[in-house]
Every structure is written in C-alpha cells, then in structure tokens.
Design a protein around this ligand. Structure first.
Ligand SMILES: Nc1ncnc2c1ncn2[C@@H]1O[C@H](COP(=O)(O)OP(=O)(O)O)[C@@H](O)[C@H]1O
Ligand SMILES: [Mg+2]
Length: 304
C-alpha cells in the first residue's frame, strides 16, 4: 500500500508520518483480519494527501460527494494505509445508540455487555467508517458527540466512561445532491473536517479501467472514458440528470460486456436505464452511440 502511495506521488514527508503512525500503533495479531484489504486502489493524489494529513492530525473526516466518487474505496484504503482495523456502520433511520455503542445481552444466565462497532473502535484504536451518516436520525447520533470531539471518550450507560485509544479515527461518508439524501446537523458536522470528493480525472479513469479490466482493448477503453466525461458535461449543462452519471454503472456495464453482452445492451443495463425518463434515455443512447458502436461484442472489445 505504501509503495502504491509512493507511486502516486504522495509527499514523502506524509509517507514518513504514516509509517511513524503505524510504528506507534502496532497491531495485535487477532485484529489483523479486521484491517481492510480493498481490491482497488483509490486514485487521486490530492485527496490522498488531504485525507492522510487530516487523520495524522487526529481529525475525523467527512467525505462528501456524489455517488461513486470513491468514498468507500478511499475509507478502506485509508484504514489499510494506516494499518488499522476498521468497523463499518451503515446508517439508516433505525440505527440507534445501542446499535452503535452496544447493549446488554444474556449469555450463560447472566447479563453481559456486547460491544457495538463504536465501542470496538474506541477500545482497539480502530477506524470507524460511518457510512451515509446523514441518513441516521439525529437522536441516534448524539451519542457520538463526545467520541468525535476533544473529549475522545464514550459514555456507555451503566458502565464506566470508555476513553478512546490513541489510534481511533472516524471517517464518515455522505451523499448529497439527489432525492432521498438529507442534511447533516450542524453539531455533528462541526466535529469533522470535510473533504469534498471530486469526480475522477480522465487520466485516473483510464488507469482505473486498465486495472479493473486488463484485457479491455485500448480503443474501446478510451471511447468509454470519453463517453463518461461527455455524460458528465451534459449533466453539468443541465441537459440530463445525474441519474445516469454513474461510474459504478459503467463498471457494471463493462463486466456485462466481458460476460458476452453487446456494448449497447450492456450500457443500457448499467447506465442508461438508471433514468426512467424515455426522452433522457434516448439522449444518453445518442451520446453513447456516437462514441462506441452498440453492436461491439466481447471479441472486439477484449483481448483473449
Ligand atoms: N478516484 C477513484 N479511484 C478509484 N476508484 C474510484 C474512484 N472514483 C470512483 N471509483 C470507483 O467507483 C466505484 C464506487 O466507489 P465507492 O467508493 O463505492 O463510491 P461511493 O461510496 O462514493 O458511492 C468503485 O468501483 C470505485 O473503484
Ligand atoms: Mg458509498
């Protein structure tokens, strides 16, 4: 991982500091399985540098941005780079304090405390990935306040205060800009430093596609990259909605092409049909067809 960061051109001083952090926080053998081993690297030097610097300074990070801008990929990459075990919490309206901190349960005829993910992070110096944090109810999040600010501790009701291990950090993610997303309340937002996740750069998208699909030929790879940025431009111009601007969908479409579905049908399934507006679908298909023939099949797209 650190070799990848060096390749990415991350400032050597930051790399040294990350290494020093790792040395200061050795990992117990039984926690090794908890350190994420993400399949994919996050590409984007500046984001890497800003995120790493904030974490090294003991800050909690809030990653905001549109869908498929790599928020979860970056979170896991960071935990791996820092060599920390991670606990992931997916937030939704029914997440409550007990789901975060833990609760009393019965075992062998007596009451025992079963720690939740936030407790585990506090105890083992873990990285807590608070996914889509804005989707939770505010009442549930109040228990996190003392963990996220200078107090660095958790009040577990009925038990002692649990101070947080030095290596503990929280990385929250938040989507916004489309239906169903909510605001984050101010008290919580003030406890994070906020990193706005940019859309992937053309150069990095090309690297990502080469890495995810090594057999994909150069020409279709470039055509698909161009197509993605053309959709992005159309979005920015307000000609289409953001529904079909979906890198995850583009990657899905490529997997379908690899499985033998012709380019047009695969893009339809992965991208175009994410919008349900006929007129918009046609517009997107026209953009696509101008870049890449919908009839192309696996043998033309991929090397054997
Ligand atoms: N800058 C980037 N570097 C690497 N992968 C990226 C980047 N941006 C998007 N992706 C890809 O997009 C997909 C969605 O990433 P994910 O982290 O789940 O997005 P988010 O949580 O922002 O919705 C993944 O396949 C990921 O590899
Ligand atoms: Mg996500």
């Amino acid at each position: 991982m650190l070799a990848f960061l060096e390749e990415e051109g991350i400032h050597p001083a930051l790399l040294r500091d990350i290494q020093a952090f790792r040395d200061r926080h050795p990992l117990a053998e039984e926690l090794r399985d908890r350190v994420p081993a993400p399949k994919f690297h996050y590409y984007g030097r500046e984001v890497w540098e800003n995120a790493a610097a904030a974490l090294l300074r003991g800050k909690n990070l809030l990653l905001t941005g549109g869908k498929a801008t790599g928020k979860n990929v970056l979170s896991e990459n960071l935990a791996m780079a820092f060599g920390r075990p991670a606990w992931n919490v997916s937030f939704h309206v029914s997440v409550d304090a007990a789901a975060l901190i833990g609760m009393d349960t019965f075992a062998d005829g007596r009451v025992v405390f079963r720690p939740g993910p936030i407790c585990q992070c506090a105890k083992f110096g873990g990285f807590g990935i608070l996914d889509e944090i804005n989707m939770a109810r505010n009442e549930a999040l109040a228990v996190l306040h003392s963990a996220l600010d200078f107090r660095r501790c958790l009040d577990v009701s009925g038990y002692d205060r649990l101070p947080m291990e030095d290596g503990t950090r929280f990385i929250a993610t938040m989507n916004y800009g489309y239906a169903g997303t909510r605001e984050l309340n101010e008290a919580l937002a003030s406890r994070f430093v906020v990193l706005q996740m940019p859309a992937i750069s053309p150069e990095n998208l090309d690297r990502l596609l080469s890495r995810h699909f090594p057999a994909l030929r150069k020409k279709p790879r470039q055509q698909l990259c161009q197509l993605f940025f053309e959709l992005q431009a159309k979005c920015e111009a307000g000609e289409i909605s953001t529904k079909a601007l979906d890198l995850r969908g583009l990657l899905d479409a490529l997997e379908l092409m690899e499985a033998g579905i012709p380019a047009g049908a695969a893009l339809d399934m992965g991208v175009t049909r994410k919008t349900f507006d006929r007129y918009e679908q046609d517009l997107i298909r026209d953009v696509m067809a101008a870049r890449i023939s919908p009839k192309l099949t696996r043998d033309q797209l991929f090397d054997r």
